[in-house]
Design a binder for this molecule. Structure first.
Ligand SMILES: [Zn+2]
Length: 115
């Protein structure tokens, strides 16, 4: 895991104001897996997704490198507003359904009975 940390830290820029670690390395194509924003990718092993070396979300890699293993069915999301942030202290685990619920709550509410 030491090497993974080094590879991550080589490509992050620290944002002094928000304490975010902003990923400056490779990004996914927009819209990948239905996600609206691009996310950072790093080539490593994800023991949950596959045993092969492949490109995975750098947020997942950061969580594994600094916090620990990600239980099956959980996804890594962030508490801060920066989609490229991979500060392990800003990363939290959620189940996929919790993640989907949070996404729904963020949509604007259309008021139909104003008058
Ligand atoms: Zn952050």
């Amino acid at each position: 895991m030491q090497r993974l940390r080094e590879r991550i830290e080589a490509k992050v820029k620290w944002d002094e104001e928000t304490d975010c670690w902003v990923w400056t390395g490779r990004l996914s194509a927009p819209g990948r897996q239905g996600r609206p924003h691009r996310e950072g990718l790093i080539k490593t092993f994800d023991p949950i997704e596959s045993n092969d070396l492949k490109r995975i979300s750098v947020a997942r890699a950061s969580y594994m490198a600094y916090v620990g293993a990600i239980p099956e069915g959980m996804c890594v999301t962030r508490e801060c507003a920066n989609p490229l942030c991979i500060n392990p202290e800003h990363l939290v685990l959620r189940t996929r359904s919790e993640h989907a619920q949070r996404k729904r709550k963020r949509r604007p509410i259309i008021k139909s009975n104003e008058d």
